[in-house]
Design a protein around this ligand. Structure first.
Ligand SMILES: [Zn+2]
Length: 331
């Protein structure tokens, strides 16, 4: 009996200890990465200005709304939030149409020219076809992304397949796609193929296969930005491109080897020489839409990794964003 008492005590200590460790994991407010200041002006040109302001709003994972007051562009357009169990148990998932309608309305997405997923996994492209339907935008991505659009019964006239040699003009924006890769993460296994034909939705998350991953470069008279949502790279792919801001996917980066982290930052940040680097895809993608703190089960950042990343991106500033809050991009 004494033995059982000890066993019970030890078990209790272990449980309390784990709960304690869980509660002590840092929130994104505590890791030492500054928030960018919100943009509070209007889109109107001041006399003498060459161009209108470009703002960017982040909606968690790597969904970004880019807007110059005339034209809007959406990266990914992922607003539904299937749960961890849906993925773990391979339950069928589908876009949450109410959620999409609400976000599109609340954030005034009524001038979206294109929806452009960085790759075709569900946490990027699940909603892309429906968002294109809601907004009338062109869905522009890989063959796999095109098949997601077809699965959502998006008209063929609203589907474009990326040509990496082409510059796409949307209003004053010029968009170029560069070949990238997905970070070599365990979570990628079983979903690293292509979507070769339209499929029935709902489907389990493995229906949304990777397809081609892209780095997306968006040029505007006000500034140039690079969006890398897959935390991967093709060495040399960006050539001698220079940008003002990088939206840097850091999903799983903390757990990858130091060499990989350094090479990734070299390709996407050091060579492109931005002023600011904004982290994306560090939030808990299974939390409710609107919450963008990191998962306490799988940390994206502790203060050590935040410090290391800050050193790697120097002389650029490493910053984080708040959900749905506009920041401005400038040269
Ligand atoms: Zn992802």
């Amino acid at each position: 009996m004494v033995f059982l008492k000890w066993l019970a005590l030890i078990l209790m200590a272990l449980v309390l200890g784990s709960v304690g460790v869980y509660l002590m994991q840092p929130s994104m407010d505590e890791v030492g990465i500054d928030y960018e200041n919100p943009y509070q002006g209007s889109y109107e040109k001041k006399s003498g200005d060459r161009a209108s302001v470009v703002t960017v709003k982040w909606f968690g994972v790597s969904t970004l709304l880019i807007d110059d007051g005339e034209t809007q562009l959406l990266i990914d357009g992922y607003f539904s939030r299937p749960g961890l169990l849906d993925v773990a148990l391979k339950r069928p998932i589908s876009p949450e149409l109410d959620t999409i309608a609400r976000v599109v309305d609340r954030f005034g997405m009524d001038r979206v020219a294109a929806v452009m997923p960085v790759h075709s996994h569900f946490d990027h492209a699940l909603d892309s076809g429906e968002v294109a339907k809601f907004t009338g935008a062109l869905l522009l991505g890989s063959q796999s992304t095109a098949n997601i659009g077809r699965s959502a019964k998006l008209p063929e006239s609203q589907i474009g397949i990326v040509d990496v040699d082409k510059i796409y003009n949307f209003g004053q924006f010029k968009v170029t796609f560069y070949a990238s890769e997905h970070a070599p993460l365990g979570s990628n296994s079983g979903i690293d193929g292509v979507i070769s034909e339209p499929f029935e939705i709902p489907a389990d998350y493995t229906a949304w296969q990777l397809g081609q991953a892209y780095s997306i470069v968006i040029e505007h008279p006000s500034g140039v930005m690079l969006v890398e949502g897959s935390a991967g790279f093709v060495a040399g792919a960006l050539g001698d491109l220079a940008v003002d801001a990088v939206f840097l996917g850091v999903g799983g980066l903390r757990d990858l080897p130091r060499d990989y982290q350094q090479e990734y930052i070299y390709e996407k940040v050091v060579k492109t020489n931005p002023n600011n680097v904004y982290i994306i895809h560090h939030d808990d993608m299974f939390d409710t839409l609107g919450k963008v703190d990191q998962s306490k089960l799988v940390l994206s950042f502790d203060s050590t990794f935040a410090f290391e990343l800050q050193q790697l991106v120097l002389p650029a500033n490493l910053k984080q964003l708040r959900y749905g809050e506009a920041i401005s991009i400038s040269r």
